[in-house]
Design a protein around this ligand. Structure first.
Ligand SMILES: Cc1cc2nc3c(=O)[nH]c(=O)nc-3n(C[C@H](O)[C@H](O)[C@H](O)COP(=O)(O)O)c2cc1C
Length: 164
């Protein structure tokens, strides 16, 4: 059978890592490095069961870039060890520098480690400022069950109040 070939210039949206179950209410995009703290947090939240599509930004440069064509909240860990210039990892910058992806960002949730003092969760401040979106929540490392509950509730409320 012949394969459908996308027209040149057509940008195909990526498949979610966890697809929304039932009626779709919104999307979350996250990044997690090989230490996987954020990945564990996201997996524990089970946002897909609440109608949230969950997309993961690829870790490795050779992986196909993520394309998201729906409004989303981004969840990112902070890196850089206190350097504002390095707080947002290149993979996240690459994702956000794509104009189609950039158009969909509605809010940011950041994580980090309190050992970094003033730089705790700094990636959230930077993305909020740069993309002009609210910094909605922050948590440490892989978060607590209370963080999971609040993020789940907060993400749902956000999309209920900002339907598109
Ligand atoms: C090299 C390195 C630098 C980090 N720099 C910061 C920092 O500046 N501020 C912060 O809050 N956390 C910092 N962290 C902590 C990470 O944000 C935290 O470990 C996070 O949970 C990692 O998420 P991930 O495992 O999903 O990548 C740093 C961690 C590493 C390994």
């Amino acid at each position: 059978m012949e394969q459908a070939v996308p027209e040149q210039g057509t940008q195909v949206a990526s498949t979610p890592e966890y697809a929304a179950v039932g009626e779709r209410v919104g999307a979350v995009v996250y990044f997690s490095s090989q230490s996987e703290n954020t990945a564990r947090f996201i997996s524990n939240c089970r946002l897909q069961d609440e109608g949230i599509d969950v997309f993961r930004i690829p870790v490795k440069p050779h992986e196909a870039p993520l394309k998201v064509h729906e409004p989303y909240i981004i969840v990112v860990p902070t890196y850089g060890g206190g350097s504002a210039r390095k707080a947002v990892l290149p993979q996240i910058k690459r994702f956000l520098n794509d104009p189609d992806n950039r158009a969909g960002i509605r809010g940011v949730i950041a994580s980090g480690n309190t050992n970094f003092g003033e730089a705790f969760c700094m990636a959230g401040d930077i993305i909020a400022q740069k993309c002009k979106v609210p910094f909605l929540y922050y948590f440490e490392l892989m978060g607590t069950t209370e963080d999971e509950r609040k993020v789940k509730q907060g993400v749902l409320e956000f999309f209920r109040n900002h339907p598109e």
